[in-house]
Design a protein around this ligand. Structure first.
Ligand SMILES: NC(=O)c1ccc[n+]([C@@H]2O[C@H](COP(=O)([O-])OP(=O)(O)OC[C@H]3O[C@@H](n4cnc5c(N)ncnc54)[C@H](O)[C@@H]3O)[C@@H](O)[C@H]2O)c1
Length: 315
């Protein structure tokens, strides 16, 4: 197949490009490098079935005949979407509509990278796909949450009204090599601080929970969903739940760091609990994650060591 990956120079998108190339497809990666990096795809420079196009997908564009579109373009970490608030709303709305138009024109299948943030600060735990969420529509995080909720709505509309073969994955916290070091997410923060010998910052008392999915598990789930007949949103994440404090301790253990933990006030609208219910993915796709947090962090250690060295942190 000839496949377009938007946001393919980002963290998850670049791993997806690798996996699609490994399956023998031709991949066109469209990315405006807003939060992504050429470094993430540098290893593909001489790959004959890979093409990079520097492209803002909020502007109408065409890359020729396509069989599949994976729409992953969007700032994703709180640091990035708070800094690029309007761009986040644009790529979730205009960008998604442009990509759906391309899918319609070329008769291509379409998969939207959505997010667990659609559940907001959830009142139901763990979160099933049938839960409609508890989202503050005007809070600071709304630029991301509501953009993705709109993206889901317009994807379903193209499916219903234009018969585009669409899929929606709700990605839960994913980590691994190529995660941006300074994106403010729990794993990158802790790994950076631990490896640089700085204190680990825990917001609040650290009793809020998160679940973390290693990137190869996430991509395997996304590919299984892409090949399925399922059109409604499907959670792909790791249901292993950790308090932030437990997570900090695993990071200290894996890195062998002597760093101490420092508590800071909780940011506004910070979700207290996040854990995917993956019963639907297990049932429909026969998928479940294989890599636990300790193993995944160990597999990411070399990348984070290099990234910390390159950043000069702790030097
Ligand atoms: N990483 C996670 O834990 C996670 C969780 C939930 C959802 N997601 C979703 O997965 C997708 C990828 O996330 P990520 O963690 O890899 O983030 P990322 O920031 O590393 O990647 C996003 C990519 O999109 C590109 N981009 C942004 N706006 C663009 C535009 N207008 N045109 C073209 N390219 C644009 C960026 O330059 C970047 O390369 C996002 O849609 C995100 O919402 C990720």
């Amino acid at each position: 197949m000839r496949i377009l990956v938007t946001g393919g120079a980002g963290f998850v998108g670049s791993h997806l490009c690798d996996a699609l190339l490994a399956e023998g497809h031709t991949v066109v990666c469209a990315d405006n490098l807003l939060t992504g990096s050429r470094n993430n795809i540098a290893h593909l420079a001489r790959e004959p079935h890979f093409e990079f196009r520097e492209q803002d997908v909020c502007r109408p564009f065409d890359v020729g005949k396509l069989d599949y579109i994976f729409h992953f373009a969007s700032p994703a970490s709180p640091v990035d979407y708070l800094e690029h608030a309007i761009e986040t709303l644009q790529v979730g709305s205009l960008g998604t509509m442009n990509c759906l138009e391309l899918a319609k024109i070329h008769g291509a299948k379409f998969l939207l990278a959505s997010t667990s943030e659609c559940y907001g600060d959830p009142l139901e735990h763990p979160q099933k796909e049938t839960y409609w969420g508890h989202v503050n529509p005007i809070g600071p995080r709304s630029v991301y949450d509501e953009a993705k909720r709109f993206a889901e709505a317009v994807t379903m509309a193209y499916h219903r009204y234009h018969k585009v073969d669409t899929h929606i994955v709700r990605i839960f916290n994913t980590y691994g090599p190529r995660l941006q070091l300074n994106d403010g997410r729990v794993i990158s923060n802790f790994m950076k601080q631990a490896l640089a010998g700085e204190e680990l910052t825990v917001y609040g008392d650290g009793s809020q929970t998160r679940s973390f999915c290693y990137v190869s598990d996430e991509v395997a789930g996304i590919l299984a969903l892409a090949k399925s007949e399922e059109h409604e949103p499907t959670n792909i994440g790791n249901p292993g739940e950790f308090t932030i404090l437990q997570c900090a301790k695993v990071v200290l253990e894996v890195t062998g760091s002597q760093s101490r933990i420092r508590n800071e006030p909780l940011p506004q609208d910070d979700p207290k609990q996040r854990r995917p219910d993956i019963a639907k993915a297990r049932r429909l796709l026969g998928w479940e994650p294989k890599i636990d947090l300790r193993t995944g962090l160990t597999m990411s250690l070399d990348y984070f060591r290099e990234a910390v060295k390159a950043s000069g942190a702790g030097a």
